[in-house]
Design a protein around this ligand. Sequence first.
Ligand SMILES: [Zn+2]
Length: 398
Amino acid sequence: MEAGEKMLKTFLQDRSVKNHTSKFIYHLIHQSGPLPKAEVMKLSKLPPTTLTRLLEEMVTKGLINEAGFGRSSGGRPPVMYKATANAAYIVGIDISRRQTKVVLVDMAFRVVAQKVFGLTIEQQPAAAISAMKNVIQELMQECNIHADHLLGIGIGAVGPLNREEGVILTSRSQSTDSWNRIEIIRELQKDFPLDIIVENGANTAALAEYKRNTISNENLLYCISGIGLRCGIITNGHLMQNRTGNISSQGHMVIDPKGKKCSCGKRGCWVAYTSLVSLLDETRRIKEMKTDYGYSDFLNSLKEQDPAAEQAVQESVLYFGIGLSNMINMFHPKSVIMNGPIFDAYPEYFDEVVRSTKEHLTLFDDSEVHFSRGGLKEEAVSVGAAQLLFDSYFVQPA
Ligand SMILES: [Zn+2]
């Protein structure tokens, strides 16, 4: 597929009016394929001769391929068309507060290679960016992918962000203060002169689950609970992109004005009860331990069902439910997905948070809400970031 791979990149980057119809057909087949010609014709309303010519062109270029035959409705079974999975690749990067994950996905959004590396308190942004660049090179070599076949890079980061300028504005919420005004797109483009976009990771995770389309999720809330707490929101099939890209602010919704002191200075924020920091502190207090008990020790304790760690987590269930029910009362999602290290380390947490959330839903039929851990779990942010980049090729400039 050597030639075909390069052709998809050129094809997607071609924003000329002449290419609109072909891109529309490609997008249709990519989203809903494998599809027979009759179905594409019905959906596109194109005359048969035009459609036949465009399909042939796209098959010749390797953008789509004939993927077997569909069910016959009497005559010959129809040829099915499908987007070619290895026609190009996209890098997806998940930059969270504790680690960075880099994945390489094909056009079917399957992860073909991936690598995770930790971010430490001491690590400066320059070192982290240089590590990202090395990992991208490594993954491409591992899969034998030439730079010409890489469409671009999608980044899911912790906000606030300046999406247009490609800058991560975070300071306080990142694990180290040096993470401030990081020109992430410009830095990566020095080595990878490609299309690169940056979006909040909770939003890209929501998008990734929405695109999987396995359940009715036109209205979806994707909640990531870790060092912070943030929810990506899909409403009526559209990603809600708030102005600042900072959705960690949701975690600072006050649920008890006389409550626990939060890192932001206020009292009783949602995240003050649910974050890894707070649960770690609480476990240390119960155990009467000092600072040499860190995040990984806490998560290991939870896995081993240590009573102190379990108690700390149990105490957070009520508050998690109050905060989450507030979000649900506000946005009325059909699907609510929860993810994060505590859910991984302590599977009971999910059921208990769901129970507590349902107790606090008001004027809302809880049977209409489907709670889950999602299908993509720790790959949701990075795969969604790659998807967002792919989608950008189909947005018509205003
Ligand atoms: Zn706060």
